[in-house]
Design a protein. Structure first.
Lengths: 115, 108
């Protein structure tokens, strides 16, 4: 079974802090994704990566950056956390194929609260 | 603008079929339709996907309209474990565009 793990289930940070959310997958998937989930808005894509050191902006990249130094690990970075970044953050991975019917496998999520 | 629209909530009696509708009027010819569900305190999980033809798997069936502007996820016999938020998604290239989901309540 594919396993996607996220470093924390719950995180509380203060405004202005630098925050790192870590995601690891164990199935040698090439694609990895970061979403945020907010009530009434569904899941929105922040960034995705289709290869090591490669990244693409999603729909809401402002205030976030990412890092993918190894294939299995994809980090989301909040350079200076703000209260409007309080949300559930979900990581996902998928096997890379062109024009694929790729299935995304999600981690359990990290609920981040910024005070 | 949302690429998919779904009812906010639906109810079903246990062991009865459930039809979850989704509209995706701006769909393009190469966009796949995916359905995922999210159980409480978990990340979304795959249910089913299709392009043009109706699809069946062990979890559900997917009925796609001839013009592809709408689809329906069918759970043949709802169980209490099917209570979840069901997301209708358009897959465009690498990107998944999630709707806001339908919260399904299953009544014993």
């Amino acid at each position: 079974d594919v396993k996607v793990t996220q470093s924390s289930r719950y995180l509380v940070k203060r405004t202005g802090e630098k925050v790192f959310l870590e995601c690891v997958q164990d199935m040698d998937h090439e694609n990895m994704f970061w979403y945020r989930q907010d009530p009434g808005l569904g899941l929105r894509l922040i960034y995705f990566s289709y290869d090591v050191k490669m990244k693409e902006k999603g729909d809401i990249p402002e205030g976030y950056s990412v890092s993918r130094e190894k294939k299995e690990r994809f980090s989301l970075i909040l350079e200076s956390a703000s209260t409007n970044q309080t949300s559930m953050y979900l990581c996902a991975s998928s096997l890379r194929t062109v024009w694929s019917t790729d299935t995304q496998y999600f981690g359990p999520g990290t609920r981040l609260t910024v005070l | 603008d949302a690429k998919t629209t779904q009812p906010n909530s639906m109810e079903s009696n246990e062991e009865e079929p459930v039809h979850l509708p989704c509209n995706h009027s701006t769909i393009s010819g190469t966009d796949y339709i995916h359905w995922y569900r999210q159980l409480p305190s978990q990340g979304p999980e795959y249910v089913i996907h299709g392009l043009t033809s109706n699809v069946n798997n062990r979890m559900a069936s997917l009925a796609i309209a001839e013009d592809r502007k709408s689809s329906t996820l069918i759970l043949h016999r709802a169980t209490l474990r099917d209570a979840a938020v069901y997301y209708c998604i358009l897959k465009v290239g690498y990107q998944f565009y999630f709707g806001t989901g339908t919260s399904l309540t299953v009544i014993p």
